[in-house]
Design a binder for this molecule. Structure first.
Ligand code: CA
Length: 220
């Protein structure tokens, strides 16, 4: 999962950045509305966290622009307590949810998970393909009633595969979803993660399609 955060407040932005990284999402952080729009033209995001009071171009304008371009990108807006009118406008413009500052980071993460699930048509917080079950709230993976915990990156990789069992993701697609802008990616990072994941969940759990990428089997 790759998240775009548009927030000009350094304190709030840093707190969100840390929490999102701890939750194993890749994150790009921009501090004004114009940079937010530019980021969306070059990267695919799974969710936008959008502060409404942004310099450059305010959040409502950014949101209107996204919806006019017919982008289905899930958006959670972040607003000040007294900005009821803005919140209503944001929801009417197509925001999926909102958070009122100050908020508990854990609630933000829970709402993000819910919005992403809804957007991807997944009703359950546990992803699975009949072989593996991945709990998106605890990050625990289970195979044949044996559970283990994954590192942040391992979790992120497996989550991306288990959202669409049977769909092959290439190395660059996986890198795009696992790593943010400022993170250096070693050329064999994805292979390394696949290797360590296979050690934990069984080598047959992740299928390599030579020259194309990786996938998990579809439930039969
Ligand atoms: Ca602001």
């Amino acid at each position: 999962m790759r998240i775009l955060l548009a927030e000009d407040d350094h304190f709030i932005g840093s707190a969100i950045q840390q929490a999102i990284k701890d939750a194993s999402y890749a994150l790009d952080w921009v501090k004004d509305g114009i940079a937010a729009e530019a980021a969306m033209t070059t990267h695919h995001y799974d969710l936008l966290l959008l502060d409404l009071g942004l310099p450059g171009r305010d959040g409502l304008k950014v949101l209107r622009h996204i919806r006019q371009a017919d982008q289905a990108l899930p958006v959670i807006i972040i607003t000040a307590r007294d900005a009821t009118e803005e919140r209503i406008n944001g929801l009417d413009l197509g925001a999926d949810d909102y958070m009122v500052k100050p908020f508990a980071i854990n609630e933000l993460l829970a709402r993000m998970r819910a919005v992403i699930r809804r957007h991807q048509g997944i009703g359950n917080a546990v992803l699975g393909n009949g072989v593996l079950q991945l709990d998106t709230t605890t990050h625990e993976v289970t195979r044949e009633s044996k559970s283990c915990t994954l590192s942040a990156r391992e979790y992120s990789l497996l989550e991306n595969l288990l959202i669409r069992p049977g769909t092959i993701l290439s190395r660059s697609e996986l890198e795009e979803r696992i790593y943010g802008w400022n993170e250096e990616v070693e050329s064999n990072a994805v292979e390394f993660l696949i290797h360590s994941l296979r050690k934990k969940i069984g080598s047959d759990a992740i299928i390599n399609v030579r020259g194309v990428g990786w996938m998990v089997a579809k439930e039969n």
